[in-house]
Design a protein around this ligand. Structure first.
Ligand code: SF4
Ligand code: SF4
Length: 480
């Protein structure tokens, strides 16, 4: 089996341009004890760690909290698949509104491209659910099983009762979190209060049980057991991210010129700033050595920056031996430490302009959205009927879909022929978010229009002053 490859930017032979060359990833150098191949990430502190935890708290407050928020007597955000309705605060979206979902997805993809071109895999390092849940699971692990050294010692030694008890407690805590995550997930599709009550009373439906346990198991596996392997081997994004990189994309990079030759402090041989303490490797959640250059498992989390900055502080040397920088020809450029202010270039403008366009388009179509849909069907039984007063009668069936969050009384009128008039089925009450069928009869003077089909228009509008609730539908009136 071939060794895993990393992508590293290294100087071309003539030093004129950077070339992408594959380099083998060194085995994780984060300790000699513990299970072989297992990564024992060391906890660290610093600005990037605080930023990561800020994102964990921000995203999880939204995820765990939003489904409990009431809005107009119902759950603020509820994806009601049974009734084909998405409730998002006061807005009710139907399958007919799939355009909005498409626009949201396009804007999200463009935002990801833009952020990647600007600062590499920052989404992976700070906002990806895999990263966020792994962070939470690792925090639980450290609280129950102790720090990195304690965990490595325990894994190297024979099993003991206290050690086993800690492991069992850790997995139990992971499962609790995973189950609550699964329950919350299902709570976005079935009202969360019903899900919680049903789960504790054992009265959920089979699909709710399935998805609760599926999502819980998925979370437990991904964040508890697989962790960095998901980023390294399963995530497709890591494979094509370099397509969005250029030589001004900021990535977490080691300053080779300043750090090398590395060596232990007071060894006498080294003259670079890197004291080869391996802290940057120990804190890395994916277990890589950033000093080897840019590698695809690196998620740009910045924890190695925090770790190395602490070492530099202790040594009284300037921070930034590892920092966010554009890596060109193997050398991070001299940039402001950690700054994101990489020079603007065409691809950022293009991504930004597309994002602004699609966001504007989404806002425009949302503001002009008419939450009313009407289909006019002609009565198939008879083309027309001549009635006693000498007029001609046509029958229709109107299928009215009120997509608004409130019920309305709708009035139907007809135009297109001077004498055309709705004689029955003029009004109908349609409840919020529901459909109704309305039989409508239209009469016109015989001879009004030409023999055969005459175009007419039905106007359906809400009577209660909701001006946006008005649609016009075309049909035909048959004359003898
Ligand atoms: S933390 Fe800094 S000093 Fe220590 S090995 Fe890493 S780069 Fe070198
Ligand atoms: S190398 Fe640094 S930035 Fe990359 S994943 Fe490891 S700790 Fe995070």
């Amino acid at each position: 089996m071939s060794a895993p490859q990393s992508i590293a930017l290294s100087p071309a032979a003539d030093g004129a341009a950077a070339a992408i060359s594959p380099q083998p990833i060194a085995p994780p150098r984060n300790g000699r004890r513990g299970k072989p191949g297992k990564i024992y990430a060391r906890e660290t502190s610093g600005r990037f760690n605080r930023l990561r935890w800020g994102m964990v708290i921000f995203t999880q407050l939204i995820f765990y909290g939003l489904c409990w928020l009431p809005w107009d007597g119902r759950q603020a955000v509820l994806f009601d698949l049974g009734d084909y309705k998405f409730h998002i605060f006061g807005l009710v979206l139907w399958p007919q509104d799939a355009l909005y979902m498409a626009i949201v997805l396009v804007v999200a993809a463009l935002a990801l491209f833009w952020a990647t071109a600007l600062a590499g895999r920052v989404f992976c390092g700070f906002a990806c659910p895999q990263t966020v849940y792994t962070e939470m699971f690792m925090w639980i692990e450290a609280r129950i099983e102790g720090d990195r050294v304690a965990r490595m010692r325990r894994d190297s030694a024979s099993a003991t009762l206290p050690g086993t008890a800690r492991r069992v407690a850790k997995h139990a805590a992971w499962w609790l979190l995973a189950l609550w995550t699964g329950l919350t997930f299902v709570g976005y599709f079935t009202p969360v209060r019903e899900v919680v009550a049903g789960a504790f009373q054992g009265q959920l439906g089979p699909w709710e049980w399935f998805w609760l346990f599926f999502y819980a198991t998925f979370t437990y596996m991904q964040a508890g057991l697989l962790r960095e392997k998901v980023c390294q081997h399963m995530c497709p994004y890591s494979r094509f991210q370099t397509a969005m990189f250029d030589d001004r994309t900021k990535v977490v990079a080691y300053d080779v010129a300043r750090g090398e030759p590395r060596g232990a402090l007071h060894s006498g041989a080294a003259s670079g700033d890197c004291v080869d303490c391996s802290v940057c490797v120990q804190v890395c959640p994916t277990g890589i050595d950033i000093r080897q250059g840019l590698q695809y498992p690196c998620i740009n989390c910045g924890l190695c920056i925090d770790g190395c900055d602490q070492i530099m502080d202790k040594l009284g040397r300037p921070r930034g031996l590892i920092r966010f920088a554009a890596e060109s020809a193997g050398q991070p450029r001299a940039t402001t430490d950690g700054a994101m202010a990489t020079g603007w270039r065409p691809r950022l403008w293009v991504y930004g302009a597309l994002m602004a366009f699609f966001t504007g388009l989404g806002i425009y179509v949302l503001m002009h959205r008419v939450p009313l849909q009407v289909d006019v069907l002609r009565d198939r039984g008879a083309l027309f009927r001549e009635v006693e007063d000498g007029r001609v009668e046509n029958a229709y069936r109107l299928h009215i879909l009120n997509m608004d969050g409130e019920g309305h009384r709708f009035r139907v009128s007809v135009s297109g022929l001077p004498s055309a008039q709705v004689v029955s089925g003029e009004m109908l009450d349609v409840a919020a978010g529901s459909t109704a069928n309305l039989p409508v009869t239209v009469r016109a003077e015989a001879g009004d229009g030409r023999p055969g089909a005459n175009p007419v228009q039905f106007t359906i509008h809400a009577e209660d002053g909701a001006e946006t609730l008005q649609v016009r539908e075309n049909s035909v009136f048959m004359q003898p």
